[in-house]
Design a protein around this ligand. Structure first.
Ligand SMILES: [Zn+2]
Length: 194
C-alpha cells in the first residue's frame, strides 16, 4: 500500500460511515412520524407482518402509517366496489378484485362540489398510470379520511396516498431507496390529480 491510497480509503470509509449514519437517521425520523397501529382497526402493525399490507401517507406529510391487508381490502370491497356483505372468501369476483387491489395504488382527495365536499377515489397501477376514478360522499369513506381531518369538521386541502407493501417487513418502505421510489410515485400521482 503506498502513501496516498491509505488516507483516500480512510476518507472513503468515513464518507460511507457518514452516509450510513444519515440514512439511519432519516429512516428513524420517518419511523417516528409513522403511526404504529392499523388506522382501520387500531391493532398494532407489528401483528400484521405477514402478507401484503399497505403504507399510507398524506400529501402534506402530516400523517403516515400502515393498514392491514384485510382491513383495507374489506373497506375497498364494501365502500368502493360495493360488493355485497357476506360473499364467500372464494367468490371469483372477490378474488379478482383482491388481486387488483394488491397491484394498485390509491389516492383519496377531497374536492369542493356545490355547497359540500366530495372525495375523489383514484386508482393507479404501480407505475402511476391512472386506472379509474370516481367521486364519493365523505361519509362513505369514513375511516381512512380521518387522516385528512382539518380544523373542525373540514378536511385538509391534501390527499391520502395508499400503496401496497409486498415484503414481510412493513418498515422497509421507509428505507432510503424504497422510500425514494414511494415518494417519486406520490409526486407523479400528485401531478395528475392536483
Ligand atoms: Zn386493521
Amino acid at each position: 500500500m503506498n502513501a496516498t491510497t491509505e488516507p483516500r480509503s480512510q476518507l472513503f470509509h468515513q464518507w460511507l460511515t457518514a452516509e450510513d449514519t444519515r440514512k439511519k437517521e432519516e429512516f428513524f425520523a420517518r419511523l417516528s412520524g409513522v403511526k404504529s397501529h392499523c388506522i382501520m382497526c387500531g391493532s398494532p402493525s407489528s401483528q400484521a407482518k405477514s402478507g401484503v399490507t399497505y403504507f399510507y401517507e398524506t400529501s402534506d406529510g402530516s400523517d403516515a402509517g400502515f393498514m392491514e391487508e384485510r382491513c383495507f381490502s374489506r373497506f375497498l370491497l364494501s365502500s368502493i366496489y360495493n360488493l355485497p356483505q357476506g360473499l364467500p372468501g372464494d367468490d371469483p369476483v372477490r378474488l379478482m378484485l383482491q388481486d387488483t387491489i394488491k397491484e394498485s395504488a390509491f389516492a383519496f382527495k377531497p374536492v369542493s362540489a356545490g355547497s359540500g365536499t366530495e372525495v375523489e377515489c383514484h386508482r393507479f397501477d404501480l407505475s402511476g398510470l391512472p386506472m379509474s376514478s370516481k367521486a364519493y360522499q365523505p361519509g362513505e369513506l369514513a375511516p381512512p379520511l380521518d387522516t385528512l381531518r382539518g380544523y373542525g369538521e373540514t378536511l385538509r386541502d391534501a390527499f391520502l396516498f395508499v400503496h401496497p407493501i409486498t415484503t414481510g417487513n412493513p418498515e422497509a418502505i421507509l428505507m432510503e431507496e424504497n422510500y425514494r421510489a414511494f415518494a417519486k410515485l406520490k409526486r407523479h400521482i400528485a401531478e395528475q390529480i392536483c
